[in-house]
Design a protein around this ligand. Structure first.
Ligand code: BES
Ligand code: ZN
Length: 631
């Protein structure tokens, strides 16, 4: 495995030398500017890591960590196995952030180390001078209670209210806040871990988990496949396991277990359908871990064990596209990985495309089409509001924190690009291309430019009659959606449009709209496409007819609350306060704060909610929103 990987790196370096991004030839001033500025980018360089994997590379990490819930620290050792890429090189550079190092050893002998001054978004480089011939180094350290990648929850913040909880979230650049390592997606490691916990808690990791492991306070894990650092993950809590299928199951707090297992019971069918279509599943088991509501994302594709927000347990499987998405990352992202954060669209665009395909296979074409239209509308909103440079798939992130640039571009624009390729070459041919692609780059991390080189050898050669390279470059290096791109459509939404218009024009009372058969997606489409400004009579009519303020579906509630805030519809504000203080998923709360702070009263309300919620929010959610309240 190691040899293949190093050979792959050497090949990558070669490839990179000859595949600089080609300048766009399209005659759009703004776009030209955007892509020509990128020409100074070193596409193989990870601008978000201090590490030197081109000289010395870490290949395996052994962890022995104790979770101290009283001091909110992980304390212990990380032993890093290294290989010299350049012979004779002895300076190992690691990434760290807010980590307290007590000593560094090689073969039990203490050696010198030098922690450089911290930089605001990237943390501090740790330089270690290795003795000649050293093959492993052990670092004794403790994390900070404020580690950006770890959230320590009090019992009150959990479902069961009895026990504390801990979880990590490493993507994009937060693994370095709980392990000193080469925190770049270019670097892949295998790992093993001993995790020591309070006796009554269970630890799980993005590794082989044993659901029957005795709760004795010591848990051992191995991850035999090489993964990038952002996929190293740990959670500790009062967790129980329930099998859903032969190789799928769910970990959750006891009171959430039944609902979660029922909501996500199709996970096994999704796994089977995906591997039949796109090639073998490389990770043995696929389990879900349901987190407390402060989890800052919808889901995180930690290998073998996706981390999932409880806000998608809706009771009707309406939000399970999230599971299809995290599962799909097992192919696009975890098997073939973006080499730098500029290449995130290779992870998220491919995964979003696969998500739609999985949803279609499992729930049928009408549902997939509805979800595709909703995704497309999200994309259009971003295209209207983001500066041109942030609309580029291969985005220039130099000097920026990848967390600050989160948008629908890598997701929905990436997926639309692949949809266009699919439509041009035909579905069967495109599926065969994807199977080959996942195989060709299995367990490798690749750049956008390597992807283009692969496309040159495959689709662009085999289907030269229907594809052209210039168009591919436009998709990848220019802002906006290229003219003539596929436009998702859904028949089911036509009747929603007529109902909405009839109501708006006063031809129909809200209570007379036949909503009996509407699914969550139809509701979302109805709400998201109402005019921005509605008067009180209209808002009251909608709310009284459909109990929107009381909706238990977190996505519907989100859409309705956005409308309520924009129109200052006071009857929804209690629910809004409750929503903001009980959910930490940034995608759901941030747009509400953004809308609220536009008015003085709104800002005061938002500030009160934020202050109350803050002790329970994840560091990322705090960071993403606190700017709204700085004077
Ligand atoms: N890997 C992402 C989450 C992520 C991306 C974290 C970039 C940090 C940096 C995950 O797979 C994801 O995309 N989650 C989405 C799911 C949705 C698109 C179905 C989310 O959390 O909303
Ligand atoms: Zn994703």
């Amino acid at each position: 495995m190691k040899i293949t990987y190093l050979t792959a790196i050497a090949a990558t370096a070669l490839l990179m030398a000859c595949t600089q991004p080609a300048p766009s030839t399209r005659n759009v001033a703004q776009s030209e500017q955007a892509s020509s500025k990128q020409q100074s980018i070193d596409v193989s360089k990870d601008y978000h890591s201090f590490a030197n994997p081109d000289e010395i590379i870490v290949t395996h990490i052994g962890l022995d960590l104790t979770a101290n819930f009283t001091d909110q620290q992980l304390i212990g050792t990380a032993t890093l196995d290294i290989e010299r890429v350049i012979e004779g090189e002895n300076t190992l550079i690691l990434d760290t952030r807010d980590i307290a190092i007590s000593s560094v050893h090689v073969n039990d002998v203490p050696i010198d180390w030098d922690l450089k001054p911290a930089q605001p978004e990237l943390g501090a480089a740790l330089h270690i001078e290795l003795p000649v011939g050293a093959e492993a180094v052990t670092i004794n350290y403790a994390t900070s209670p404020d580690a950006s990648g770890v959230q320590w929850l009090t019992p009150a913040q959990t479902a069961g209210k009895q026990h504390p909880f801990l979880f990590t979230q490493a993507q994009a650049v937060h693994a370095r806040s709980f392990i000193p390592l080469q925190d770049s997606p270019k670097v892949r490691v295998t790992y093993d871990a001993i995790i020591r916990t309070p006796l009554e808690l269970r630890a799980v990791m993005s590794a082989a988990n044993d659901p029957n492991a005795e709760r004795d306070g010591i848990y051992e894990f191995t991850m035999p496949q090489p993964i990038p650092s952002y996929l190293i993950a740990l959670a500790i809590g009062d967790l129980e396991f329930r099998a859903m299928g032969e190789r799928t199951g769910v970990y959750a707090e006891p009171s959430v277990l039944d609902a979660a297992a029922a909501e996500f019971e199709d996970t096994e069918s999704m796994l089977i359908a995906t591997k039949e279509k796109y090639g073998p599943y490389s990770w043995d088991r696929y389990d879900l871990l349901i987190l407390p509501p402060s989890f800052p994302f919808g889901g995180m594709e930690n290998p073998r064990l996706s981390f999932i927000t409880p806000t998608v347990i809706a009771g009707d499987k309406s939000l399970v596209a999230l599971i299809a998405h995290e599962l799909a990352h097992s192919w696009s992202g975890n098997t073939v990985t973006n080499a730098t954060w500029r290449d995130l669209w290779l992870n998220e665009g491919f995964t979003t495309y696969l998500t739609y395909r999985i949803m279609e296979m499992i729930y049928g074409t009408p549902r997939y089409k509805m979800e595709a239209v909703l995704g497309y509308q999200d994309l259009q909103n971003d295209i209207e509001s983001l500066p041109p440079n942030d609309q580029i798939l291969a985005i220039d992130l130099r000097g920026r924190n990848p967390d600050d640039v989160f948008s629908n571009i890598p997701y929905e624009k990436g997926a639309l690009f692949l949809r266009e390729l699919e439509q041009k070459v035909g579905r069967e041919n495109f599926d065969a291309f994807l199977v080959d692609y996942f195989k060709a780059f299995e367990f490798q991390s690749i750049t956008t430019d390597e992807f283009i080189a692969y496309l040159d050898k495959t689709l662009l050669s085999d289907f030269a009659d229907v594809l052209n390279r210039e168009r591919v470059m436009q998709w990848i290096f220019e802002p906006g959606i290229p003219e003539g791109a596929p436009v998702p459509e859904s028949d089911a939404f036509a009747k929603i449009d007529s109902a909405r218009s009839a109501w708006l024009e006063g031809e129909l009372n809200a209570s007379d709209i036949d909503t009996e058969q509407w699914t969550v997606h139809e509701w979302l489409y109805f709400l998201n496409n109402l005019p921005r400004s509605l008067d009180d009579t209209q808002l009251i009519e909608l709310d009284q007819s459909f109990s929107l303020t009381q909706s238990r579906n977190n996505e519907i509630a989100h859409s309705w609350l956005m409308i309520a805030v924009h129109n200052q519809y006071q009857p929804a504000y209690d629910r809004l306060f409750n929503y903001l203080t009980s959910i930490g998923r940034n995608k759901l709360v941030k747009p509400l704060y953004r809308e609220l702070v536009k008015t003085e009263e709104g800002k005061a309300f938002a500030k009160k909610a934020f202050e109350q919620a803050k002790p329970g929010y994840h560091p990322l959610t705090i960071k993403a929103n606190e700017g709204y309240f700085e004077d």
